[in-house]
Write a protein that binds this ligand. Structure first.
Ligand code: PMP
Length: 393
């Protein structure tokens, strides 16, 4: 009998966290590594948010257990913003717990989830952990990494229960236009599907792109949609671990029951910080967004100047997702990387630049690079990749 359960043995390590950990370890050992791996803003959390947490630390009311679903003020603040009753919101330990709980609440063994690929690495693992079957729906740069109804329809089976949408997308930065979202939403409704929509990058959209929430665009979907979000990306609060989910009463009650046994309430101090974040003005966010936008444009321009690299311009989040197919199979520093995984490993060894290969997102032949790092590091990192790529024979 195997010591590790089949359920857990079936779960892969988070590739993005693994790349980030390797880069951080090399850095700690004194290597000048530049990391494009982490999905994390380089900015510190804005001061007014930190101050709210400090005040909460000193207030004995925050020293005790609080309701598992979240501090009432925070649930109400989120509920007000999205026009739902507070009882339909659960505050979670980061968006990640919300992802897991959404699928645990929705899936029975064998239920299928349509997952547009490239997808964020956590989705298929969370779906499997909940007993479900992730069904990737492959997209590429020719459609700006957006899935169309025809593609989704081709993957539909009698076991399909859930459609997952992540917009703005990790890893591609793609943002679904309103009309395309509406079309997908109506199709989901016609096919009696449940929906999970991840809106954690809602505030990070650039240029003419606009964020739209699926259950707002197609209101009839509100009763069959779980929305996921959190403060990590918008407010540079990745370490605080506050996210949330909202949706119809039955599913939210199920998720809350699970959370009440798994983790109880999220740290009160972090929730107090999140309350300041979601009720404060968004000027600090606007400033970070301007920096991301500048870096985005630099990154896209520099990557497209590298022969063998094709980088569509993303419209949201803080990632670019270039194709590196043109660099594969070529001789480079005595090696001949045949896959994006092998090329990423060579770039880390030879140029001391960390990036995440497309294998982690269900589409080999691509890299994900985060541009949530300082402008100078960004330019230096891409310059190193370019120099190395020019040696490819
Ligand atoms: N959803 C998406 C699409 C993400 O990229 C992330 C973070 N990488 C999360 C959810 C979860 O973030 P957190 O747990 O920090 O809130």
């Amino acid at each position: 009998m195997s010591r590790v359960s089949a359920r857990i043995a079936n779960i892969a390590e988070s590739a993005t966290l693994a790349v980030d950990a390797k880069a951080k370890a090399l850095k700690a050992a004194g290597r000048p590594v530049i990391g494009f791996g982490a999905g994390e803003p380089d900015f510190p959390t804005p001061d007014y948010i930190v101050e709210a947490a400090v005040a909460a630390c000193r207030d004995p009311r925050f020293h005790k257990y609080t309701p598992a679903g979240g501090l009432p003020e925070l649930r109400e603040a989120i509920a007000r913003q999205v026009g739902r009753p507070a009882g339909q919101v659960v505050v979670t330990n980061g968006g990640k717990q919300a992802v897991y709980q959404a699928f645990a609440a929705l899936l029975d063994p064998g239920d299928e989830v349509l997952v547009p690929a490239p997808y964020w690495t956590t989705y298929p693992e969370a779906i499997k952990l909940a007993g479900g079957v992730p069904v990737p729906v492959l997209t590429d740069e020719s459609t700006g990494y957006l899935a169309g109804v025809d593609q989704l329809a081709a993957a539909l089976t009698p076991r399909t229960k859930v459609l997952l949408i992540c917009s703005p997308s990790n890893p591609t930065g793609a943002v679904y236009p309103r009309e395309q979202l509406a079309e997908i939403g109506r199709w989901a409704l016609e096919n009696d599907l449940m929906v999970v929509t991840d809106e954690i990058y809602e505030h990070l959209v650039y240029g003419d792109a606009e964020f739209h929430s699926l259950p707002v665009v197609v209101p009839e979907l509100a009763d069959r949609t779980i929305v996921l979000s959190g403060v990590s990306k918008t407010f540079a609060m990745t370490g605080w671990r506050v996210g949330w989910m909202y949706g119809p009463d039955d599913l939210i009650k199920g998720a809350l029951n699970l959370q009440s046994h798994a983790t109880s309430n999220v740290s009160n101090v972090a929730q107090a910080a999140a309350l300041a974040a979601v009720t404060g003005d968004l000027s600090a966010v606007a400033e970070m967004r301007r920096a991301f936008d500048r870096r985005r444009r630099t990154m896209v321009r520099m990557l497209n100047e590298i022969p063998g690299v094709v980088c569509p311009e993303p419209q949201g989040a803080f990632y670019v997702y270039p194709s590196v197919a043109g660099l594969l199979g070529r001789e480079l520093r005595g090696r001949r990387p045949a896959s994006s995984m092998e090329l990423a490993s060579l770039i880390l060894d030879e140029a001391e630049v960390a990036l995440v290969p497309g294998e982690a997102f269900g589409t080999p032949g691509y890299f994900r690079l985060s541009y949530a790092l300082g402008d100078d590091d960004l330019v230096e990192g891409v310059t190193r990749i370019a120099k190395l790529a020019h040696e490819a024979a």
